[in-house]
Design a protein. Structure first.
Length: 211
């Protein structure tokens, strides 16, 4: 009979994770590579072919104690998710909690190089419509970019991607509505010079086309 170990460990954010493996040291190395920290496991029990039920049992025990869990499912190889009651408990426990820098770094590393399919992009766009902006995330992004010069290649790629595209009337109306009532800050002399040069070039093209 193949033996499985049911284990648990704590993440740097204080979340409990319960898992099952035939080779716990190897599984910890896999967790470390994915999560960006080295877990210290506690062996809860050793079992056989019923490991899925035992994993599910321990996850439910932790949840009944209202411990914040990192598990996304109730075990059994991910075949069922959180109950409504568990979701409410998790929501209350995690409200206002911010992930650590180690967790954010590991998440960024896991996403590096990944490309969403067109179907995934469409679903993400539909899900985000009407959703208010996460101001904490916006503030963090602004602070991370503050004082840093943008790579010129990034500006070129953005410009190339937008070339030839035009906003729909609905999009223009939404942009105008979002900007209504906002005050624009003072512009630098460099910005003013760029705007003036672009306007002069535009009117030069208009005059050339008219003659």
């Amino acid at each position: 009979m193949i033996k499985y170990s049911i284990y648990s460990f704590l993440t740097p954010d204080g979340l409990c994770y319960v898992g099952a493996s035939r080779n716990v040291p190897r599984r910890m190395r896999e967790h470390a590579a994915k999560l960006g920290f080295k877990p210290t496991p506690t062996i809860l029990e050793t079992c056989g072919d019923d490991w899925r039920d035992r994993e599910h049992h321990w996850i439910e025990q932790y949840r009944l104690r209202q411990l914040p869990m990192a598990n996304r499912t109730a075990g059994r190889n991910g075949c069922e998710g959180h109950s409504d009651a568990t979701r409410r408990v998790l929501s209350e426990k995690l409200r206002g909690r911010m992930p650590s820098e180690a967790t954010l770094k590991a998440a960024r590393a896991a996403r590096t190089g990944s490309v969403h399919s067109e179907e995934t992009r469409r679903k993400m766009s539909e899900a985000a419509k009407g959703r208010p902006a996460n101001m904490i995330g916006v503030q963090r992004s602004a602070e991370a970019r503050r004082g840093k010069a943008r790579d010129p290649d990034i500006g070129k790629r953005i410009s190339e991607a937008k070339r030839g595209k035009s906003f729909s009337d609905a999009h223009r109306a939404a942009l105008a509505e979002a900007k209504r009532g906002t005050k624009r800050g003072p512009q630098s002399e460099e910005t003013k010079a760029k705007i003036s040069a672009k306007r002069l070039a535009y009117w030069a093209r208009v005059k050339a086309a008219a003659t």
